[in-house]
Design a protein around this ligand. Structure first.
Ligand code: ADP
Ligand code: MG
Length: 127
């Protein structure tokens, strides 16, 4: 088993849509300007913040259901409720769960996020 692919960065502010959906996401500004970023989609990941590692899921993409403008990397950390803006964050990618897709409504997106959470937690439990 090889080492997991990882990225480092800082948590930046976004448009606060994650919280409205019940899935706050730490939006990541990647530290290395030329770092290659994995393909768009939802991932099961491990996230390190404040010296602790957490199970988390992560989305890379343009968020077609929400605005579809710029590519964003954002992670929802499980069993976590802290304000971490401007803090360093590190991510290890464990598995690509699904491609990014445009949902008909924010409710549909939210339903998918709940499924993604189950998939990610199951996977990270075994890992
Ligand atoms: P933004 O658009 O600024 O990213 P969100 O609505 O996505 O706002 O909320 C994300 C912010 O909420 C994070 O940057 C972090 O400070 C905080 N937060 C609280 N709980 C979590 C969590 N479980 N996972 C990620 N961030 C969280
Ligand atoms: Mg966010």
């Amino acid at each position: 088993l090889g080492r997991l692919y990882s990225i480092q960065g800082t948590v930046v502010e976004g448009k606060k849509i994650g919280s409205k959906l019940g899935f706050p996401t730490a939006n990541i500004s990647v530290a290395e300007e030329f770092k290659l970023i994995p393909k768009d989609g939802a991932y099961a990941v491990r996230a390190e913040v404040g010296g602790h590692w957490y199970k988390a899921m992560l989305n890379v993409g343009i968020r077609p259901t929400v605005d579809g403008l710029n590519r964003v990397i954002e992670t929802h950390i499980f069993d976590f409720d802290q304000q971490i803006y401007d803090q360093p964050i590190q991510i290890e990618f464990v598995k690509h769960l699904r491609d990014e897709k445009k949902f008909d409504s924010l409710d549909d997106l939210k339903a998918q996020l709940k499924k993604d959470k189950v998939s990610a937690l199951t996977l990270l439990e075994e890992y």
